[in-house]
Design a protein around this ligand. Structure first.
Ligand SMILES: NC(=O)c1ccc[n+]([C@@H]2O[C@H](COP(=O)([O-])OP(=O)(O)OC[C@H]3O[C@@H](n4cnc5c(N)ncnc54)[C@H](O)[C@@H]3O)[C@@H](O)[C@H]2O)c1
Length: 356
């Protein structure tokens, strides 16, 4: 069995954590007897500053020849306008039409749960974030820039097709994964034009899934409820910007940004996987960043390409490392980035032969 992955470590700690994700996939490949081809690409700030190129022409066609794409993180203080990050990260999401940004919010250890009255088991839901529309579509402009009359406009794009497919993806996921409730979040009370479509389509699509409870929260109430009682959530579906924001809150519920993984999916097509965190430039190359979000992202990627057993083993190895305190400082350990990756890989290599 062979799977081919394109790996784009990117900038800052993206490079550090991607190295550990690759290490983990290689260990999983040994343990579960599959071949992982991992081709690395240097798209990022260094290359952009050196050549002026962000993504060469034909990159998306090239990515589509792989089973999946893994990305680290993008962002570099030498590129203040974030041109390369926009082209590479948003460009891939939009250019490959990866419309479902799937972000699990799962706390893997009681010690990581920041809420006094809750335990790890109470934080276990998945956010489906629309990934190709909203204000991030970039429709707008700046008028009279730099004058006192300056006007900045950025439109919130919500299309029938875009909203319908993310809602459907959330319900289908709930049904397939045995989850019983989908919560849709918008701001249709204030954004009466832009978000009315979410209300109408949610009513329509939820009716196709009578076995799944459908409920709704305005995004401000959602933020409050995520902190008051995260155990009530199973699947949350929302738009691009709200999904971006509430999954950082979600990351805090699972032990911090270093623990959060994500997938950017277009079912049936090559998809892209990346940790939720950014490039944290001040920690770059210092062997301090937590690679577990990237490692859990690698597990999501393996599951997506039909290697569910290997994916589960990676998750178990991460939990075992957290239990043993073999992890970075942000999650209560003393190890560096590379030693944490080694600890996960060592556990995978110890998977009993019978499971291979
Ligand atoms: N997906 C992406 O590539 C992405 C996402 C967010 C931000 N960014 C970019 O990254 C750069 C830095 O942005 P930022 O500082 O707002 O966000 P960030 O996620 O890079 O870091 C914020 C803070 O979170 C913590 N953190 C993040 N990842 C961690 C990890 N793996 N281990 C331990 N701690 C971790 C650190 O304390 C860090 O200072 C900016 O250029 C930003 O635009 C990129």
């Amino acid at each position: 069995m062979k799977r081919r992955f394109a790996v784009v470590p990117g900038d800052g700690i993206g490079v550090d954590v991607s190295r550990e994700a690759v290490k983990t996939i290689e260990a999983a490949a040994e343990a579960f007897a599959f071949t992982a081809v991992l081709d690395s690409f240097d798209f990022g700030a260094d290359r952009y500053l050196r050549t002026g190129e962000t993504l060469p022409p034909g990159t998306f066609d090239l990515f589509r020849t792989y089973d999946a794409v893994f990305m680290g993180a993008f962002g570099d203080p030498r590129v203040p306008d974030m041109k390369h990050a926009a082209d590479i990260l948003l460009g891939t999401r939009f250019g490959m039409d990866l419309y479902a940004n799937v972000r699990p919010v799962r706390c893997l250890h009681d010690r990581l749960c920041p809420l006094r009255d809750f335990r790890a088991k109470d934080v276990d839901f998945v956010v489906f974030r629309e990934n190709t529309e909203g204000p991030y579509a970039g429709v707008g402009g700046i008028f009279k820039k730099g004058t006192v009359d300056e006007i900045g406009v950025q439109e919130d794009i919500n299309t029938w097709k875009g909203v319908e497919r993310i809602l459907r993806a959330a319900f289908q996921y709930a049904r397939k994964s045995g989850r019983k409730r989908v919560t849709m979040s918008d701001k249709s009370n204030a954004m009466r034009h832009a978000h009315d479509i979410w209300q109408r389509l949610f009513a329509q699509i939820s009716a196709e899934f009578p076995d799944i409870e459908a409920n709704h929260l305005y995004v401000d109430a959602l933020a409050m409820q995520m902190v008051r009682n995260p155990a009530q959530f199973q699947v949350i579906v929302t738009n691009n910007m709200f999904g971006d924001i509430v999954t950082d809150l979600g990351a805090a519920l699972q032990g911090g940004l270093g623990m959060a993984g994500s997938a950017n999916l277009h079912p049936g097509q090559t998809s892209m996987f990346e940790p939720v965190h950014g490039s944290a430039p001040k920690y770059a190359g210092k062997d301090v960043s937590n690679p577990m979000g990237a490692i859990l992202t690698a597990a999501m990627m393996l599951e997506h390409v039909g290697l569910a057993e290997a994916a589960r083993a990676i998750e178990e190895a991460v939990v075992s490392c957290l239990d043993a305190g073999e992890c970075t400082q942000d999650v209560g350990g003393k190890l560096g980035t590379a030693a944490t990756g080694d600890a996960v890989a060592r556990r995978l290599r110890e998977v009993p032969r019978v499971a291979r």
